[in-house]
Design a protein around this ligand. Sequence first.
Ligand code: MN
Length: 227
Amino acid sequence: MAFAIPLWSQPAVPVTGGDPFPVRRIYCVGRNYAAHAREMGADPDREPPFFFMKPADAIVADGATIPYPPKTANLHHEIELVVAIGTGGRDIPVDRALEHVFGYAVGLDMTRRDLQNAAKKEGKPWDMGKGFDQSAPCSAIRTVADIGHPAKGGVTLQVNGEPRQKGDLSDLIWSVAETISYLSGLVELQPGDLIYTGTPEGVGAVVAGDVLTGAVEGVGTLTLTIA
Ligand code: MN
């Protein structure tokens, strides 16, 4: 098909031992670890899961260097387990939800915290705090056939070799299956969707020159450099 303007390339994430995974949409879960919810000033006991989005072309490959983004003086790291959806569906029951998973990756939900906080305070959308260019670094995807469904294991981030974030998948308030089920009641999930599942405590600022090294035990590692 011809288009009115040149067609861009499909955003994609490498798959270990396979063809790349085309990224359709990126959903992110907010405040999905109790300790992080508390450090953000929220009560983790009273909240159903809530979601925000990043554009598909915010994906950044493992090992990349990104520029410090514009209009912020408080760029934060959030290390997260990423779920890659292989088959879509709506109103997916919790006990069938994991059948829709293609694989898992390690992601960074990079956040312009100053813009997010200002938006929160004024009751405005988070989009420009969360969904900016190159805000979604993501490691290669490991398939379910390769690693199964990790339900426990460390979620960690170091900056210049110093420990910053440390949590465990078993501390997710809403499990991967519950998150898929809940989200599929709000939107019809589609193949190619990614879900960033939330970050543990210890979020903080990075500056130009920092090297971020994240890991999810049983899934992989992710390195990002801020230019
Ligand atoms: Mn996050």
